[in-house]
Write a protein that binds this ligand. Structure first.
Ligand SMILES: [Zn+2]
Length: 293
């Protein structure tokens, strides 16, 4: 089916209390593993790209790969731009066919984050696509953004409520709730109270960043608490590299590239399917598509 905006998908997911996986694609093989893995489980899926990835391949190639993959399956697929602070990049993604974008103004003071998010919102509304916005400081490394351990800060409840009041039609809201990008070194301390109170007060589907390494129980509690979009990047990168190089480890004489790519695809797809099952979105393709705009 054609690419669709994640906004109606996430609304349905929040109402149905399941999470839609949002994987950070790396190249065509990775995008294919994400889309086809979801299709095998009849699950809705979000393919997202970091700014770095988009700049590496170019806007049109990324958009056309994901569009063609979406058209070859029968499940709803959204193409999303992850953490972006640059309005020019956002505009170019909109022009190239992205169906949602994230404006990350979390490093800005509240008033500036709100003002810029409203500016991006006007652009996304005009284009008929979804917007994700962030508040607080999610720890870890994502793209070129580094938030050191001591600098990670939970979102402020009152600010979240005030922010969402001004932006009631966000596709998804990303308050920092204690999760972090990258592999966790210790046990993440998730602020479930904050998550639940923000989700309840605003009614907004919530994005869970830093999904790699969380336990099934943590996913369950976050999804029950209002998370509808679950981001996975680090584990997908790991499967991408490990799936490829392990071929040579096991068969040092292998000199044909296609077996590497095939093995890498299977490794990524296995992880995609594990996560889709963990978030409860297997079999939800029709449900998620029911409210498509
Ligand atoms: Zn993130």
């Amino acid at each position: 089916m054609p690419l669709i905006s994640m906004r109606p998908m996430l609304k349905q997911a929040r109402a149905g209390r399941y999470g839609i996986a949002a994987f950070n694609m790396i190249d065509y093989n990775s995008a294919r593993a994400i889309v086809e893995g979801a299709a095998e489980l009849e699950a809705p899926i979000i393919v997202q790209a970091s700014v770095k990835t988009v700049k590496h391949w170019g806007y049109k190639p990324v958009a056309s790969w994901v569009r063609l993959l979406a058209e070859s399956v029968d499940v709803p697929v959204g193409l999303h731009l992850d953490h972006c602070t640059d309005l020019e990049v956002i505009k170019r993604c909109i022009d190239a066919g992205w169906t949602s974008v994230m404006f990350d103004g979390s490093a800005l003071p509240f008033a500036d984050n709100l003002a810029k998010s409203l500016q991006v919102y006007a652009l996304t509304e005009q284009a008929g696509i979804g917007l994700e916005a962030e508040m607080g400081a999610i720890g870890g490394v994502e793209d070129d953004k580094i938030v050191k351990e001591g600098m990670a800060a939970l979102a402020n409840y009152d600010e979240c409520v005030a922010f969402c009041k001004e932006l009631p039609h966000l596709a998804v809201f990303a308050p920092a709730i204690g999760t972090a990008h990258g592999f966790y070194k210790g046990e993440p301390k998730i602020a479930y109270d904050l998550l639940e109170s923000v989700a309840k007060k605003t009614g907004m589907p919530i994005a869970l960043h830093g999904g790699t390494g969380l336990s099934q129980e943590q996913f369950d509690r976050c999804i029950a608490g209002g998370c509808a979009k679950v981001n996975i990047s680090t584990m997908h990168k790991h499967c991408f590299i490990e799936g490829f190089i392990s071929v040579q480890r096991e068969n040092p004489k292998q000199s044909e590239p296609l077996p590497f790519i095939a093995h890498q695809y299977e490794a990524m797809k296995r992880d995609v399917k594990d996560m889709v099952r963990a978030f409860g979105s297997a079999g939800k393709a029709t449900h998620a598509h029911a409210a498509a705009e």
